[in-house]
Design a protein around this ligand. Structure first.
Ligand SMILES: Nc1ncnc2c1ncn2[C@@H]1O[C@H](COP(=O)(O)OP(=O)(O)OP(=O)(O)O)[C@@H](O)[C@H]1O
Length: 339
């Protein structure tokens, strides 16, 4: 659906060059809600602006539906761009136009008939739950309602891709949740591919199935959200994951642990089916060891449950080793943590 092949983007202003993107490779499939996360300045906006050709790559290719954007002429590019809707952090609504007129704008520009416009706009306002606001003006709406209108307007031309540029960053947590729920419906009910850039890991956790982590113009890690959240490799990814999934023991427990000389501290991660295995019961009964749960955290990612536990285990060396082997055999991620 969307592909980038070795994409570079360098800006030049007053002789100063900034390379915003350095060798980006990614593939977004039709059914995806693909999230791009990174700190400010990582290159996220530049990356998303390449998809609808608001920016051109300095080197490399951007493909939409298997076709390179640089090979289209201006007229063909206009057709492709109609397939790509976009929503923004600050909504970008026209303040002097009514809500109806705002949503109708792309249809007016494509010279649709009055009847078609009336039908489509009302259908979209219903979809976003704001049919009663057709004659209101943007300044009469809350932030969440404005973003709903932004989404309705972006969907007017029946796009197959929706780009979201920090779409929830200006909203409170509850409103963010309702906008994310709406975006999920856009993906499922209309079959629209969504690409979302954000600096909030919670957004990725909530709706994305794939994620790319960006730093200094590069993608440092990418994969399914379950993979990346389950086993983040790069320190920056680990940091982002830590903002939504606490996976370390508290300092006070850590201090107490240091006093316990004759036990081992294990970090155990269970994902999916493994969660229903009664491991604690097994460890105690079959290996005759003492198990103390120091920390446990359960998270839902992409309808899959992930549990992280810190277990303090005591027993003779053989028993402890056998217990660790048992956990590893089950396919669980087991790490001995040094105290
Ligand atoms: N039009 C431009 N001219 C010159 N430099 C630019 C331009 N657009 C972006 N940059 C530079 O490219 C780098 C990446 O910027 P970009 O806006 O893509 O990052 P970002 O991850 O979206 O950050 P933020 O979350 O703050 O928007 C930055 O160093 C920025 O200064």
């Amino acid at each position: 659906m969307i592909e980038m092949e070795n994409v570079y983007k360098t800006f030049e202003r007053k002789g100063i060059k900034t390379t915003a993107l350095k060798g980006i490779n990614l593939k977004v499939n039709k059914e995806d809600i693909f999230g791009v996360i990174g700190y400010s300045g990582a290159g996220k906006s530049t990356l998303i602006r390449l998809v609808n050709y608001l920016e051109k790559p300095t080197k490399g290719y951007v493909l939409v539906d298997g076709q390179r954007l640089d090979q289209f002429n201006a007229k063909e590019l206009r057709v492709v761009k109609k397939k790509i809707g976009m929503i923004f952090q600050h909504f970008n609504l026209l303040e002097s136009k009514t809500i109806f007129q705002n949503v109708a704008m792309p249809l007016i520009l494509s010279k649709k008939s009055k009847d078609d416009i009336q039908r489509r706009v009302m259908e979209l306002l219903e979809f976003v739950g704001l049919s009663d606001k057709a004659e209101s003006y943007p300044n009469e709406l809350s932030g969440g309602q404005k973003q709903r209108i932004g989404i309705a307007r972006a969907l007017a031309s029946r796009p197959s891709i929706l780009l979201c540029d920090e779409a929830t960053s200006a909203l409170d947590p509850q409103t963010t949740q309702s906008i994310l729920d709406l975006l999920k419906r856009v993906n499922k009910e209309y079959g629209i591919t969504i690409m979302i850039i954000t600096h909030e890991m919670g957004v990725i956790q909530e709706i994305c199935n794939k994620v790319a982590v960006m730093e200094k113009g590069e993608i440092i890690e990418q994969g399914s959200v379950l993979e990346v959240f389950g086993q983040p490799k790069h320190p920056s990814t680990q940091y982002f994951v830590q903002t939504v999934i606490r996976n370390s023991i508290t300092p006070s427990v850590e201090n107490k642990m240091k006093m316990e000389k004759d036990s081992k501290l294990l970090k155990v991660k269970l994902v999916g089916e493994a969660v229903s295995t009664p491991i604690l019961n097994k460890l105690i009964k079959d290996f005759d060891i003492t198990v103390n749960v120091l920390f446990a955290n359960t998270t839902e990612i992409q309808d899959t449950t992930m549990v992280i536990m810190y277990l303090d285990i005591k027993g003779n060396d053989e028993q402890v080793q056998a217990a660790m082997n048992y956990l590893k055999k089950l396919g669980l991620l087991v790490e001995e943590v040094s105290k």
